[in-house]
Design a protein around this ligand. Structure first.
Ligand code: SAM
Length: 213
């Protein structure tokens, strides 16, 4: 059974980090986010909402069902939802087991979360369980670089301090492969590269996966 281990110190550090670095991360990701998060419906399920980086992609008056098990994120997330005029339905469950009813959501979104969850395959199975037939999972995630490349080498070399600092985050996951094998009817996926100083984070994918209709 997947549970979430709360680290008060690192949880607070990460909440502060993503608040301070949020605008910089957003500048780097917004081109892809604008594309995959375009036209979100009035109710959206988000996995790992953090401090609310994606609230800006919801219309005022929408509802965000935020699956965020990390309590240090919650105060900033609530405040951001209020500023944005988005109703927040905050669940402190894990993305592997959201507790949401089956076939209850038109859209599930995530950004920079499948790198950190304990079991990304279980999360994708949960997304498919929760989505209505034909619903979409829209994501922007960072992934392992190609085998044998300098970035892949750095991802491996830094894996321990990176995971310690960012609460279990791995830069070595083949998330495109996992999403492709999860059982979606169709996956539109764009691999791309950022050019930030956070080199292990620069290899990314963005896309939309469609649940069977
Ligand atoms: C790198 S942060 C990204 C936050 C936000 N999505 C963003 O783009 O700024 C990863 C988030 O995933 C959350 N998280 C970690 N494990 C999780 C799990 N098993 N289920 C749901 N969320 C999880 C963390 O608490 C954190 O808020």
């Amino acid at each position: 059974m997947t549970t979430y281990e709360v680290h008060r110190g690192r949880g607070s550090f990460n909440a502060a980090f993503f608040s301070v670095m949020g605008p910089y991360i957003e500048v780097n990701l917004r081109r892809r986010k604008r594309r995959v998060f375009a036209g979100l419906p009035g109710t959206v399920v988000e996995l790992g909402s953090g401090v609310g980086a994606n609230l800006r992609y919801l219309d005022a008056g929408s509802t965000l069902v935020a699956v965020e098990p990390n309590p240090p994120m919650h105060r900033r997330l609530r405040a951001a939802a209020q500023r944005q005029g988005v109703r927040l339905d905050l669940r402190d469950s894990v993305a592997e087991r959201t507790g949401l009813p089956g076939h209850s959501a038109d859209t599930v979104i995530s950004s920079l979360v499948l790198c950190t969850v304990t079991d990304p395959a279980a999360v994708l199975a949960e997304v498919l369980r929760v989505l209505r037939p034909g619903g979409t999972f829209r994501f922007v995630e960072h992934v392992a670089a190609g085998a044998g490349t300098p970035t892949r080498w750095l991802q491996r070399a830094l894996r321990r301090p990176w995971a310690w600092t960012f609460e279990g985050c791995s830069c070595e996951r083949d998330l495109a492969g996992l999403i492709g094998a999860a059982g979606f009817a169709r996956v539109e996926l764009e691999p791309y590269r950022l050019h930030t100083p956070f080199v292990p984070f620069n290899t990314q994918i963005a896309g939309v996966a469609h649940a069977p209709g």
